[in-house]
Design a protein around this ligand. Structure first.
Ligand SMILES: Cc1cc2nc3c(=O)[nH]c(=O)nc-3n(C[C@H](O)[C@H](O)[C@H](O)COP(=O)(O)O)c2cc1C
Length: 382
């Protein structure tokens, strides 16, 4: 099945792109990911002048939470932007897949110069006003409507190429997106890292990432629900395309993002921690989903599918059922039930039983049942 998608005038062979960050400082990671179905890349946010205090990156740069979320304090660029102009852009363009140049929106003049420099070498631009830990240090542009106006007032007329606006979740993210659309953004990309956040090493009392003040940007599965909700709200408020990013690590996540309204997605932390092959695994999962859902005979039909599905509160509370042939009696669900509604029973003493009088249909037991089993199911009619 055809899984091409468009973000405005830019076509992608699959809906999966590599998001901006350290692994897109150079083209190499993308060149590998591209052979696994990654359909385009966004460079690390380039700056015309990297301030001298940013020539060294504070360490540690990353702290991993759980298995796959991350707090980072990356900053600056370790290579001059001219490397992209003088050869790296061509390497990506030789793959025939779109290259989006990400530019830091903080230095408006520098951003304009780089737009001029790249207008013949890129398929579009993504303007970053949303790095959460840099916001902690230098002022939060993600909430700055005045800066946004000045920025787009200066850069919009410099190029005919699409300019995407990259935002982070904030309580004002929808308003920023609507403003971005009004002043000429061709797409909204959401979300950058969320935060700033902080972690402390209790052995030393030191913050777990090395930036002054200890702030870091949170990425990976921990932010997926926030990213999804932002995409859902933004895509209902604007007419320009929305690109979903934040915590995506599976085909299920991609489909959710598209149902929430994204026409394409970007991934960073998952491929950064698990390698470029994750793109192939995700695409395989998407193809399996599409094969078993003939009603979605194009990706377009998935985009925004959930928009009209939350107009009312849902009060239906069906009781969970144990799928006896799948249940191994591992008992993981028992402590997840705060209401003593689950117990071991059955002739083997293994199968889990749900005590319906106690059950409040909270779905915690379904959630903790190991993903390979999913031996508890609830059916909704809504
Ligand atoms: C180490 C690191 C560096 C990043 N650098 C940039 C950057 O230069 N520009 C940018 O717009 N986003 C940057 N991001 C944010 C990612 O592009 C992405 O929006 C964010 O990580 C959420 O997606 P994920 O959960 O798939 O990682 C960076 C993220 C990480 C983890």
């Amino acid at each position: 099945m055809n899984i091409t998608t468009n973000v405005g005038s830019i076509s992608f062979e699959t809906p999966l792109m590599l998001a901006s960050g350290y692994i897109t400082e150079k083209p190499d990671f993308f060149l590998k990911a591209s052979s696994f179905g990654c359909a385009g890349m966004v460079t690390r946010s380039l700056k015309e002048h990297v301030p001298s205090e940013r020539s060294r990156v504070p360490a540690p740069r990353y702290s991993i939470l759980g298995e796959s979320s991350m707090l980072n304090c990356e900053w600056g660029n370790e290579h001059p932007w001219t490397q992209w102009r003088d050869g790296w852009a061509e390497k990506v363009r030789n793959t025939k897949k779109p290259l989006i140049i990400s530019l830091s929106g903080r230095d408006i003049e520098g951003c304009s110069h780089l737009i001029d420099a790249f207008s013949g070498l890129a398929d579009g631009f993504e303007i970053n006003v949303s790095c959460s830990h840099s916001g902690a240090l230098h002022g939060n542009l993600n909430l700055d409507f005045t800066h946004l106006h000045k920025l787009f007032g200066t850069i919009r007329s410099r190029t005919r190429l699409p300019i995407w606006l990259k935002l982070s979740y904030s309580p004002f993210v929808v308003e920023m997106a609507v403003e971005g659309e009004k002043i000429g953004a061709d797409a909204i990309v959401c979300t950058n890292s969320v935060g700033p956040g902080m972690l402390i090493d209790i052995a030393t009392g030191l913050p777990k990432v090395g930036m002054k003040g200890g702030a870091g940007g949170l990425t990976g599965p921990a932010i997926f629900p926030i990213a999804l909700r932002s995409v859902y709200e933004i895509s209902r408020a604007v007419d320009i395309p929305v690109v979903g990013v934040g915590g995506i690590s599976s085909a299920d996540d991609v489909i959710q993002m598209m149902m929430a309204g994204a026409c394409a997605v970007q991934l960073y932390t998952c491929p950064a921690l698990k390698g470029p092959k994750v793109f192939a695994e995700i695409l395989q999962g998407m193809r399996a989903f599409l094969a078993s859902h003939p009603e979605f005979d194009s990706l377009e039909k998935i985009v925004g599918h959930s928009h009209d599905k939350s107009a009312v509160h849902r009060f239906e509370a069906p009781l969970p059922k144990v799928v006896e042939e799948k249940c191994t009696g591992c008992g993981i669900c028992i402590p997840s039930c705060a209401f003593d509604a689950i117990s071991l029973s059955g002739s083997t003493g293994k199968v889990i039983a749900v005590i319906h009088d106690n059950c409040i249909s909270c779905n915690a037991c379904l959630g903790v049942c190991p993903s390979g089993l999913k031996a508890i199911a609830t059916t909704y009619t809504l």
